[in-house]
Design a protein around this ligand. Structure first.
Ligand code: FAD
Ligand code: SF4
Ligand code: SF4
Length: 481
């Protein structure tokens, strides 16, 4: 083993420099800086090079973490990049926004006594170094294949699949209803977690590698799903989940109560320089308002921190469970607290008060009761605990369900699960329609970017195998298929 490694006993864990809260709330730039080269090498050298690396097992992409940490520690950055990019199509993005505490770093064996290796930050550093040095190249297939693949959805799942299919020489077209590629990477996740030029850089690489983007193309509205199927040898559906869950409480129809994604999209568009009428009119702008965000996941965290940056008068987050039981990453909760968000744990909305426009949220205190079948304690309202919170703007961040894809695409034969996600055969990633595959949130339900990348890669592999088998199949085999 390299003498550079196993330094966790003598080298303290260091996280990347984080801008002070008082400074970072003035803009939408990322709050973490990149490691300096020396720090990245030192931090990578803390790895104990486990024979059975649990970090790798618990990374959805099974990244070869110990090996690229060793290459980094030895200063062999180009090799580290080559290795890390073999298993991940967007390592610099995952390095920034994976909830590492629940994935790779949460499984790092030195966590207990010495605090985990900063895997995500090193992964980001490797790829940023690669971009700076021109090592990141567009796909350049050795042979061009005549078959074409249509991908509906330019989020992480669609983009990862597109890159893998281009590497294999397929002609790839991505359709998206938005005017920009990236899906939730561009319009959901705010710039303070992921600056937009990082996403645009990936799109450009794909374009340079020969992927065609047809944006502003809503499949089912601007173009029929049938047309896509007719135009391509195989189709991948990677449309994500966008139907916002709602609250059934008195007053929920008042003006000023807005869905999280509308709010975040308006803010992201504004940062990208677009004219956003509902932002300029104040409808989707928190400036000067008392803002209450309802929910405890990543989306809620992104909303509270966006409202702080828009100069809201006050920002509170209402969540019916306690801090330990929140679905959102603890790192993001800490960041939100530092930035001035007031968390109202164990609180739930009962009604919304106002005359046309919301003026207050009537909330009640919650007690966590018995554990239910899902293993979580059931929230129970505490009688007589109602109280009002002033609110000129309420943001609903309660999660997302899939849209009705069979109806959206006019394809009743497209099978869905009881949750409305697309049903696939997990071995082949194929839906109930011959030659139509699916990947990402539309299959898993609201998930993570890294799972989208994993699914996109798996789908690309399965599409390749399926097309190759179709081409070589005899007429009799095809008749039986
Ligand atoms: P999406 O990213 O949703 O992309 C789907 C694309 O399909 C979109 O571009 C959409 O316009 C397009 N589309 C949909 N229907 C059609 C149609 N009919 N025709 C054409 N195009 C269509 N994950 C993390 O790992 N870390 C985070 O910090 C994190 N933060 C998040 C913050 C927010 C606010 C949200 C909402 C999610 C967050 N996630 C995070 C989750 C992550 O963004 C998603 O799991 C991931 O983007 C899913 O990828 P996808 O490719 O399946 O779908
Ligand atoms: Fe960790 Fe995510 Fe990178 Fe995997 S992709 S090593 S989970 S940061
Ligand atoms: Fe290194 Fe931690 Fe992974 Fe072990 S679990 S190989 S120490 S990063």
């Amino acid at each position: 083993m390299s003498s550079k490694m196993l330094k966790f006993v003598t080298t303290q864990k260091v996280t990347p420099p984080k801008r002070d809260a008082s400074q970072r709330v003035d803009d939408f730039d990322e709050i973490y800086d990149d490691f300096e080269l020396k720090t990245a090498e030192d931090q990578a050298s803390r790895c104990s090079q486990c024979g059975v690396p649990f970090c790798q097992t618990n990374c959805p992409l099974h990244n070869n973490i110990p090996d690229w940490l060793m290459l980094t520690a030895e200063g062999r950055m180009e090799e580290a990049y080559r290795l890390s990019s073999q298993t991940n199509n967007m390592p610099e993005i995952c390095g920034r926004i994976c909830p590492q505490d629940r994935l790779c770093e949460g499984s790092c064996v030195i966590e207990k006594g010495f605090e985990s290796v900063t895997i995500g930050a090193v992964e980001k550093h490797i790829t940023e170094t690669a971009f700076e040095n021109g090592w990141v190249k567009p796909a350049a297939p050795t042979i061009e294949r005549p078959e074409s693949i249509g991908i509906v959805g330019a989020g992480p799942a669609g983009l990862a699949a597109a890159e893998m299919l281009r590497h294999k020489g397929y002609q790839v077209t991505i359709y998206d209803r938005y005017d920009r590629a990236g899906g939730l990477l561009i319009y959901g996740i705010p710039g303070f977690k992921l600056e937009k030029h990082v996403v645009e850089r990936r799109q450009k690489l794909l374009e340079d590698g020969g992927v065609t983007f047809k944006l502003n193309t809503d499949i089912g509205v601007d173009m029929a799903f049938d047309e896509i199927r007719a135009a391509h040898n195989a189709v991948l559906i990677a449309t994500g989940v966008y139907k916002a869950r709602d609250i059934a409480a008195p007053g929920s129809g008042l003006d000023g109560i807005v869905p999280a994604l509308d709010y975040l999209t308006a803010s992201n568009r504004k940062s990208l320089g677009d004219v956003v009428v509902k932002f300029d009119s104040g409808e989707l702008n928190a400036e000067g308002k008392d803002v209450v965000v309802i929910g405890g996941g990543d989306t809620a965290m992104d909303c509270v921190r966006t409202a702080i940056r828009q100069n809201a008068r006050s920002v509170s987050c209402l969540y019916r469970r306690d801090r330990a039981n929140m679905p959102g990453s603890q790192r993001e909760v800490n960041n939100a607290e530092e930035e001035g968000v007031d968390f109202k744990w164990l609180s739930a909305p009962q009604a919304f008060m106002g005359d046309g426009t919301v003026r207050a949220v009537q909330a009640q205190r919650i007690h966590l009761g018995q554990v239910d079948a899902t293993g979580r304690q059931v929230p129970q309202a505490i009688e007589g605990s109602s109280h009002d919170l002033p609110a000129d703007m309420v943001i609903k961040a309660l999660g997302f369900d899939p849209e009705d894809v069979p109806v959206m695409f006019g394809e009743e034969a497209l099978a869905v699960s009881k949750w409305g996600t697309l049903s696939i055969d997990w071995r082949t990633m194929m839906t109930s329609l011959h030659g139509v595959f699916a990947a990402g949130d539309i299959v898993r339900g609201a998930s993570l970017v890294v799972w989208g990348v994993r699914d996109g890669r798996d789908a690309a592999e399965q599409i390749d195998q399926w097309i190759t088998a179709e081409i070589t199949a005899t007429p009799a085999q095809m008749a039986n298929a």
